[in-house]
Design a protein around this ligand. Structure first.
Ligand code: FAD
Length: 456
């Protein structure tokens, strides 16, 4: 028998904090995440504007016997809703944003709901940038706390390793600062354990000294996939750590809002960044350019423009995805990949991506947190558009099919930010780190107040 939660403590807050309860006019807009395929229906949605409001919401939720799920953009909402949310207060962080850059220290202080585009924009006037991901409107929080695969990453490692401190509201409603020297176990656990440990209201992170970057994309018709995939896999085996790229086989419906090089087309795209001089970067890229792409946008661009290179959707979209981490890809693996998504196939996917790992991604960071590296050679990420529930079912089946087909080359590890389904979270961490993380969770949140998209 389910009991209806007593929302009185939250309703009391409503005069001082933005709270939306089911049936309120603002509830539907407030509960809608970036991923429009996700229909999340929490007991209440809180939209705090200050850290003090976050504290008040956490205390009121605990008093009401409810749980608390922090969420910033909702890009990573899908695994969260695989469990019922009828006893959960969703804490949407989009009203708590802002960036302050300290150019001398080469750091930024970023409020808990900020998007990456705003951090990149604030750092750029100082000739600095940051370990952001491919999309401008992904939030700092979920990406950073889940590791964060950046196009700067094979040189500089997982984005989470750039964190110097967090300010986090924990299960007792206290606002704590955690760093290498303050609450070090909490700092260790949050870096990878994310929303299981509290609501992060501010981050301090290191910036990178790049005002511009050699980056772009190469594009071919999908008919060229057999030679392009083979050449890129071969190239990626010996590419320097300064290069971080992705290969995607993509299919687009004929839509007037798409540019002609995408509309109605099946293509294969290699994109990313190469942290070298123009001359050295061109030399690194030469074996791929030798395949004479129909488009080649690689060149020196402002660091801010790297957020556009991957052509991610410009706004909220409905999608489903699946993921695995792959080891070395031999000829048999390439054949399977091409059988699934190569010329003549109808995979049902919008794209199948192989994101280059290795380099600094694979190296445990000195002084790092629960998640500081990812073993493996490639992150496989398959995505299908899901504008209707029926399309979501078909899309999920399509993404599973490709991931399963490459099962023989899969590693046990997974990357939290690419895991779009509920998975065994122990697969994100090394064995002893998982044990330590579970102990840290027991100590910090014994009553399991917090609900994360990937639970510990
Ligand atoms: C178009 C697109 C492009 C992407 N590109 C990349 C990429 O290049 N590299 C990469 O690694 N990933 C990438 N991702 C995946 C993305 O990083 C994850 O979906 C990530 O979880 C998004 O974080 P968010 O805060 O925006 O999402 P949310 O769904 O808001 O958050 C995800 C989880 O993070 C935690 N969380 C969020 N906010 C807080 C907070 N303030 N305090 C505590 N916990 C919090 C919660 O546990 C929450 O369930 C991409 C996703 C999409 C859809």
């Amino acid at each position: 028998m389910t009991t209806t939660p007593d929302l009185t403590p939250l309703a009391r807050l409503a005069s001082g904090c933005e709270i939306h309860l089911p049936g309120d006019p603002g509830y539907d807009a407030a509960r809608t995440p970036w991923n429009l395929a996700v229909d999340q229906r929490p007991a209440a949605v809180a939209v705090p504007h200050t850290p003090a409001e976050v504290q008040a919401v956490v205390r009121a939720a605990a008093e009401a016997g409810l749980r608390v799920a922090p969420q910033s953009s909702g890009h990573g909402a899908a695994p969260l809703t695989e469990g019922a949310l009828d006893d959960v207060v969703l804490v949407r962080m989009h009203a708590l944003t802002g960036v302050t850059v300290d150019p001398d220290a080469r750091t930024a202080r970023v409020l808990g709901g900020t998007l990456w585009a705003d951090v990149v924009t604030a750092a750029a006037p100082h000739g600095l940038t940051v370990l952001h991901g491919s999309a401008p409107d992904v939030a700092v929080a979920g990406y950073l706390l889940g590791g964060g695969l950046s196009f700067y990453g094979r040189q500089h490692g997982l984005a989470v390793n750039a964190l110097r401190a967090v300010e986090v509201v924990t299960a007792d409603g206290t606002l704590r600062r955690a760093s290498a020297t303050e609450e070090p176990e909490l700092f260790w656990a949050v870096r990878g354990g994310g929303g299981n440990f509290g609501v992060v209201v501010a981050f301090e992170l290191d910036l990178l000294p790049y005002a511009d970057v050699y980056a772009g994309m190469l594009l071919w018709d999908r008919d060229r996939a057999p030679e392009v995939v083979r050449a890129w896999v071969e190239w990626s085996r010996t590419a320097p750590d300064s290069a971080t790229t992705s290969l995607r086989v993509m299919s687009f419906p004929p839509l007037p809002e798409l540019p002609p090089f995408l509309s109605g087309r099946d293509i294969v795209v290699v994109d990313g960044a190469i942290l070298e001089s123009d001359e050295d970067a061109a030399a690194v890229l030469a074996p791929l350019r030798a395949l004479e792409p129909e488009m080649d946008t690689f060149g020196r661009i402002p660091a801010t423009a790297l957020l556009q290179v991957h052509m991610d959707p410009p706004g909220p979209s409905p999608a489903v995805g699946d993921h695995s981490v792959l080891g070395s890809l031999d000829e048999a693996a390439i054949e399977v990949f091409l059988e699934q998504v190569g010329p003549g196939t109808r995979s049902g996917l919008m794209f199948a991506e192989l994101r280059q790992l290795g380099g600094a991604f694979a190296v445990p960071a000195a002084g790092g947190g629960a998640l500081s590296h990812v073993p493996g050679e490639y992150a496989l990420f398959c995505v299908a558009m899901a504008p209707t529930p029926q399309a979501a079912v078909a899309g999920r089946a399509a993404t599973f099919t490709v991931v399963r087909a490459l099962g023989a080359w899969s590693r046990t590890s997974l990357v939290p930010t690419f895991a779009e389904t509920k998975v065994d979270a122990s697969r994100f961490y090394d064995g002893e780190d998982w044990v330590r993380l579970c102990r840290a969770r027991d100590a910090a949140d014994p009553d399991r107040l917090f609900v994360a998209n990937h639970g510990i």
